[in-house]
Design a protein around this ligand. Sequence first.
Ligand code: SAH
Ligand code: DHB
Ligand code: MG
Length: 214
Amino acid sequence: MQETTLSGYVRTLYGVEDDVLQAMRADAEEQGLPAIQVPFELGRLLQVLVMQSRARRILEIGTLFGYSTVLLARALQPGGRITTLEVTPKHADLAGANFQRAGVDDRVEVVVGPAVDSLRRLEGHEFDFVFIDADKASYPVYLEHALRLTRAGATIVADNIWRDGGVLSPAVGNADNEGLAQFNRTVASHSRLLTAVIPTRDGRDGTSVSVVLP
Ligand code: SAH
Ligand code: DHB
Ligand code: MG
């Protein structure tokens, strides 16, 4: 079929998903997990950002079955490590098995529990790349932790910051969109962040990419 979207065109042109990633997606579907992993274009953006910044310590908030984690792990420098936070034990278990299957389990640690609790326990750790992709209502809190756990030059990426325009009218008591709108306002005006917003899913969603300033 002729591709008529940019994301489809790019996936067709660049996107050879290997057997491991394919099997991970198939197993997740079979086990009833939602297929809300990063789309191809965002997976690639994460890999480019990690490689070009030579990130060594990555923090991910929201593991699901580990799809984005495996992509991040494959972009890491030798000796690099990822800590990924997940509240749902079923997701964390499947992710753990996937890290073994992908051969990246030596580089990845899954921390099970509410991310805010895990983040508090990461006191004293330092990360040079943070990917925020868990419950949207908590994005403002995750940003505070991301800033606490990084230094100048670090990258902070946040997925789903547009939600088909849902962030424009969050006043209807939608905690997810309210959280995202608050996150966007804070990022946009923050003196220690310089931020670009990248459309994903053919403009139906977006991802913010921030560099931490001195
Ligand atoms: N980054 C993944 C997708 C994550 S989906 C990928 O692209 O492959 C969001 C995940 O966040 C889900 O697995 C969900 O269980 C988890 N989550 C939701 N609320 C959370 C919380 N309070 N703490 C930690 N994880 C949470
Ligand atoms: C959805 C997509 C995401 O990337 C996410 O993190 C959560 C939800 C969604 O399409 O519903
Ligand atoms: Mg997401």
